[in-house]
Design a protein around this ligand. Structure first.
Ligand code: NDP
Length: 239
């Protein structure tokens, strides 16, 4: 039997596509997001859907325990939940930065810390941390968001080194523009319009399904092969 896969932020976009991709390949799933109705609408077999905010550690921990009781221990955690409130240092309310760091960084650390002891004990497991090209490059209006993703890069490489000897894989996923609901987390219409225009100018973003295929490819390689980072973007995206 295939082992349990946990996907955070599975109610839309990349997370939902990963859920579908892994479900079709026969993996039982724990799917987490705040919009439980959207998780249920995916209609996937052997998928425990939990309406949980990833910043609520006890609720996430309880969801993992419930999934583990049903499907056995998790072999893959995809830390995908994220928000992208675009803005600048002058214009953005501090609450947006706090939320972005809470969801994109702190919740990722907490989720990892919850599944890691079991993986260490079993001497196997994979954690995929979803970063971004904005974790490698800077872009206009991506000030705090880029900060969260640069942090994901640094923290993931540290985690990987800390647990390489435990045979645990830490993999960064760094996509360029993907067609999802992510821009809805930005308030400014002007910023949204310019983002959408630049996306149009390259013929649109990647399909989330293409990203999901890459994640499954990297995961299904033997445990002694660690693809440390997947950097992927639309061919027409230059920077
Ligand atoms: P979506 O907005 O479509 O998906 C974001 C997901 O995160 C949703 O399922 C949302 O669920 C979930 N989420 C947000 N906040 C929380 C929370 N507090 N608790 C639980 N779940 C939460 O965007 P994407 O699919 O694009 O985003 C997925 C990841 O990919 C993010 O980390 C993003 O930064 C990254 N990324 C996206 C790119 C893009 O161009 N789209 C490019 C590079 C990286 P709900 O609202 O139901 O809680």
């Amino acid at each position: 039997m295939r082992p349990l896969t946990i996907v955070t932020g599975a109610s839309s976009g990349i997370g939902a596509a990963i859920a579908v991709e892994f479900s079709r390949a026969g993996y039982p799933l724990l799917l987490v997001a705040r919009r439980g109705d959207r998780l249920a609408q995916l209609g996937l077999d052997r998928a425990l859907c939990k309406a949980v905010d990833v910043t609520d550690r006890p609720a996430f921990e309880a969801a993992v325990a419930e999934a583990e009781a049903q499907y056995g221990p998790p072999d893959l955690l995809v830390n995908n939940a994220g928000v992208m409130p675009l803005g600048t240092i002058s214009d953005q309310p501090a609450e947006e930065w706090r939320r972005a760091f809470d969801v994109n960084c702190l919740a990722l650390l907490e989720a990892t810390q919850i599944v890691l002891p079991g993986m260490v004990k079993r001497q196997r497991g994979t954690v995929v941390n979803v970063s971004s090209l904005a974790g490698r490059n800077i872009y206009a209006n991506h000030m705090a968001y880029s900060g969260t993703k640069f942090a994901v890069h640094a923290m993931t490489e540290n985690m990987r080194r800390e647990h390489a000897a435990d045979n645990i894989r830490f993999q960064l996923l760094s996509p360029g523009i993907v067609e999802t609901e992510l821009l809805q987390g930005t308030r400014s219409d002007a910023i949204k319009d310019s983002y959408t225009a630049s996306k149009r100018s390259i013929g649109g973003g990647l399909a989330a399904e293409s990203v999901a295929r890459a994640v499954r490819y990297a995961y299904e390689l033997p445990q002694d092969v660690c693809i440390r980072e997947i950097v992927m973007a639309p061919t027409r995206q230059a920077s």
